[in-house]
Each structure stands twice: as structure tokens, then as C-alpha cells.
Design a protein around this ligand. Structure first.
Ligand SMILES: [Cu+2]
Ligand SMILES: [Zn+2]
Length: 188
């Protein structure tokens, strides 16, 4: 009468190794299925310029198809619309935000509405603060990249929030007034 072969210790650890590999593969697949789009993310932590109270965070994530999702949470604003742009220099040191330079414009376009074809790469939809001075915004941007060091790379540039709404017409600024918050864009 043949008895069941005994499973040796070596065989049993082979089996558990295979099981581990299977689990690790499944976890990997689940991560892919969770819509993780490859690529680098970036964040700017915005601090108020001198005499202002606006602050918050702006997060940039790859959206696929060469697009970038921006997600914004701000407090300490005056109620209403505020011009909102990526500026060309990652320098918020001047106190008034002017050290951040002009709008980020690697393709030599005119200032304009980001929903229309012609605009600076750094032109973003306005943020609109509620009666308590809070604003949140999510939008999908084109013409910018996160990391890689190319002309359209926004890492090392800055994000500026302005005092007034952007008219999307006045060149090259949109006439949105003083700079009330500034933050350098860093890899996250
Ligand atoms: Cu600006
Ligand atoms: Zn612009």
C-alpha cells in the first residue's frame, strides 16, 4: 500500500516561494489596474507674499496622453476670481513675487485663455475663492511636462496667484494685478 510521499522541508519552502511570487504579481497587476499613470508628479507649496494671507498647495500629476492634471487648494484669498499661472523662474524670494518672472512661455505664445488654442503654457484657469476665501480647482493642462528637463518642464518654475481676475486679453499678463502667493514647483 503506497503511502502519501512526505513533503520535505525543501519542497514546502519551494511551494511557499511560488505562492509569494503569485501574490506579488497579483498586487502588481492590481496597482496597474488602479489607473496609476506612469510619470513624475510635482507639487508647489504656496506662501503669501508680503502683506497677503493666501497660501495652499498645487499638485501636478501625469494624466496620460501627454496631459497634466492640476489640483489646487488655497485659503486666505479675497472672494472672487484670481489670475493663476505658472511663472518662468522658481524664485519667490523677492517678497512681492516679482522674482518669479513672467508667465512660463516656452513656445512663444501670447497670453490667453487656457481653454483656447493660443496661450502661454503657464496660463491656467482662474481660481475662484468663496466668501470665506477658500478656493479649490482641478483642471487638465496641455503643453507642459513634469520632469525630464525639456523646454516644457515645469519643475523648478513657480506658481503665482494674483490679487485680481485674469482678463485673458491684456498682454502679457492678463492684468490680474499684484502677486499674492508664490510657490516653487518641486518633484514629489
Ligand atoms: Cu501670474
Ligand atoms: Zn500668460
Amino acid at each position: 500500500m503506497a503511502s502519501m510521499p512526505a513533503v520535505t522541508h525543501a519542497e514546502s519552502s519551494k511551494i511557499s516561494m511560488r505562492r509569494w511570487l503569485l501574490i506579488v504579481s497579483l498586487v502588481g497587476l492590481a496597482a496597474c489596474a488602479g489607473m496609476v499613470i506612469p510619470g513624475m508628479s510635482a507639487v508647489a507649496t504656496l506662501e503669501p507674499t508680503k502683506g497677503n494671507n493666501a497660501s495652499g498647495s498645487v499638485t501636478f500629476n501625469p494624466a496620460g496622453g501627454g496631459k497634466v492634471n492640476v489640483s489646487v487648494k488655497l485659503t486666505g484669498l479675497t472672494p472672487g476670481g484670481h489670475g493663476f499661472h505658472i511663472h518662468e523662474k522658481g524664485d519667490c524670494s523677492s517678497g512681492d513675487g516679482m522674482s518669479a518672472g513672467e508667465h512660463f512661455n516656452p513656445t512663444g505664445k501670447r497670453h490667453g485663455n487656457p481653454l483656447l488654442p493660443d496661450h502661454h503654457a503657464g496660463d491656467m484657469p482662474m481660481v475662484v475663492a468663496d466668501g470665506s476665501g477658500n478656493a479649490s480647482l482641478t483642471a487638465t493642462l496641455e503643453g507642459i511636462t513634469i520632469g525630464g528637463g525639456g523646454a516644457t518642464d515645469i519643475v523648478g518654475k513657480s506658481v503665482i496667484v494674483h490679487k485680481d481676475p485674469d482678463d485673458y486679453t491684456t498682454q502679457p499678463t492678463g492684468n490680474s494685478g499684484a502677486r499674492v502667493a508664490c510657490g516653487v514647483i518641486r518633484k514629489s
